[in-house]
Design a protein around this ligand. Sequence first.
Ligand SMILES: Nc1ncnc2c1ncn2[C@@H]1O[C@H](COP(=O)(O)OP(=O)(O)OP(=O)(O)O)[C@@H](O)[C@H]1O
Ligand SMILES: [Mg+2]
Length: 496
Amino acid sequence: MPLLELQDIEKRFGGVTALRGGNLTVNAGEVHLLLGENGAGKSTLMKIVAGIVRRDAGKMLWNGSEVFLGSPSEAAAIGIAMVNQESLLAPHMTVAENIFLGREERNSFGWVNRRAITEKARHLIEQYGFPLQAEWRVDRLSPAGRQMVEICRAIQHGSSLLIFDEPTSSLSDSETRQVFRIVRDLKARNMGIIYITHRMDELRVIGDRVTVLRDGGAVHTGNLADIPTDQLIRHMVGREVAQIYQRDHLTPGAPLLEVRNVSVEASRLKNISLTLRQGEITGMAGLIGAGRTELCRAIFGVDPVDSGEILIEGKPARLTSPRDAVQSGIALVTEDRQISGLALRLPIGYNVTMANVERISNFGFLDLKSETARSAELGGKMRLKAASPAQLAGTLSGGNQQKVVIAKWLFRESRIFLFDEPTRGIDIGAKAEVFELMSELARAGAAILMVSSELPELMHVADRILVMRQGRLSGELPRGCTQEQIMKLAVMETAA
Ligand SMILES: Nc1ncnc2c1ncn2[C@@H]1O[C@H](COP(=O)(O)OP(=O)(O)OP(=O)(O)O)[C@@H](O)[C@H]1O
Ligand SMILES: [Mg+2]
């Protein structure tokens, strides 16, 4: 008997149909991949299983009997846990407190027994070998660290089904391998695992069976070994995506941005020098924590530079705030779309055309009609799945939020683009579009820095690859270099 069986699940949010024909069968001891485009309904279906969202119609069978789950704790009580796509952790609390949040042991006065939960957390962390400390505060952790806390939180009460919603989208290669090890470990303990991902390079490393959702319904299910990747992609996006990485490489033109001996003490950046040229996509690799995001923040004027200088088109620039950077033609597409990229409570259209820093410049005289048309065109190009530009950004699927962030910057027609993990969490069809847009920007004379932890895409898209390690640039590799060469530069010191 399957562990979990979903039959014809339906769900609507107002005018949006998120699910119709949501079918899925998961057995104990298997890793079941759930694939599909952004907005296909994957997270919604899983939230129904985890008691976060209630279904409108359809059946959910758990060990053969129908269940209705009214809350996550009801799901937890029967053995279902989910690691969420958006972190739901309490930032000011410790790792231990977050792991046991809502399930703490209390003494007779109702106080949380801090010592007991810290001890329990330490035990759990050791058991799985996570690089965490029970006493650390969660807001000091990297996205990877937070992800690990989410995983601890989900496994701590002995579940028999664990749902991972894009667990590795913010992780580096070595951290991803750690997650794989955990997943295999859980599988060996006969747990059922549902695993959502947009990373095509990890499907076959981790998955046993697969179900593809499209427009809220299951369109394929079967053994992963029986289906080639191009066919999977066709099921996902409903068309051929032949040329994901295709682009013409141009001869780089004039330097647009020069970073000279820049150091930022607070983020441990040391003596960084690099040049971004017109028509060139400069890739940047490195482990999480190597300083790639910090460098983008420094260039964008978020963190003050302690020494060194930044030149724009050959002239020294004073970038002391994002506003300076934006006015100098710099755009930043951030890794963390929720913190700096997107106003979740505001409509998509607003986010694209006038969000945040853009408002500061004189927008008053712009032709609103052409603005709306242009934002709709960008949305169409990127296959944004939304009811209308009036839909609130916070109600979009994770990947569609990322598309809005990108569209917002494309809309500004900046000349220097810093893409920090641009394809994190977006589907394969949209990835192809983003690469095409980046290529178009380069052709139009923009200079692009592309930070990515997905080595295959860096190797295909970038004209050359810079590698960072521990706050310094550790080397540069030409197009056509190997994954091993990149990794060597990324880890050299620790490996030696
Ligand atoms: N609370 C909500 N209010 C309105 N619409 C919603 C809400 N939650 C989800 N939706 C819509 O339901 C659809 C499915 O979203 P869902 O988050 O399940 O997609 P997904 O497959 O997880 O996509 P992604 O890969 O981008 O994470 C989308 O069109 C989304 O905008
Ligand atoms: Mg999702």
